[in-house]
Design a protein around this ligand. Sequence first.
Ligand SMILES: Nc1ncnc2c1ncn2[C@@H]1O[C@H](COP(=O)(O)OP(=O)(O)OP(=O)(O)O)[C@@H](O)[C@H]1O
Ligand SMILES: [Mg+2]
Length: 293
Amino acid sequence: MFKGGWDLFRGSRTATARGAGAERGGAKARSRARVVCVASGKGGTGKSIVTSNLAVLRAQAGERVLLVDFDAGMANAHLLLGVQPRFDLGHVLEGEVSAAYAAVPGPAGMHLIAGGVGRAALLNPTPRELERLFAALAPLEEQFDLILVDHGAGLSYATLAHMAAATNVLLVTTHEVTALSDAYALYKQATLVNPSIHAGMVFNRAPDEATALAAWARFQGAATKFLSRTPELVGWVPQDDAIGRSVQARTPIVLGEPRSAAAAAIARVAAWPGIDAVRAHGSFYEAARRALR
Ligand SMILES: Nc1ncnc2c1ncn2[C@@H]1O[C@H](COP(=O)(O)OP(=O)(O)OP(=O)(O)O)[C@@H](O)[C@H]1O
Ligand SMILES: [Mg+2]
């Protein structure tokens, strides 16, 4: 039996004592969380900025939101959110605490499970380790309305297992050809492991709308030609110095500078109907585990 999973969840280190789900309880706690993955392919496109701000905005709107920083080993969502978690996914993997116990409250009442920094075990988890992590995370589906997964760059087994289980994903890219090419590769793999996946696309760090739309046209053209399908355009976020200031201040931009152009654009992304349209037929994490077998 995995030590960090069900056993600890029932023990003293339980997040039911700490988590938003338990605090608010009630009938809502019985429905399963919608899980939306945020990925990109290329590094540094703005996944963590977008995900952390989406989590805050959705929590402000009254949802019980959990952000899982699955950029395991190179995590930084805790820095962007200004929280200092004592435990992270590494501790969960090692069975020291339950996933629920590792979830700490952040801005606007959202919760975060940090990804752990410089943890070798998390940098390259084996399928067995991933299965254990997914099993440990599964109980949280009962405690939150929305789970946002912030992925690392690249196409790891972890990312592919998430893509296989997801109904809706958000691809965050920039207009640069390298980012577009990696986003295309990720989209293609996602559709191969999960033909019914629905992807939304965000163009971040765009100098202007015309540049973002030109990049979208390029992506759409290639996807239509070679995959006979395309993601949905969700929106674009301008290059904005306010983002750099929010990173320095460890305060999400939607809280620190809500009237900035980037915050307004991220708010439009947070209203993407795809986040609400996630179909939860069964357990997301059970489906992710099956994908590893
Ligand atoms: N719209 C923007 N305007 C200005 N700077 C931005 C914008 N979006 C992101 N950045 C800058 O890019 C940096 C990287 O963003 P972020 O950490 O969200 O990328 P990422 O895709 O999560 O990276 P990784 O692949 O390493 O996880 C931020 O720290 C910020 O300085
Ligand atoms: Mg990141």
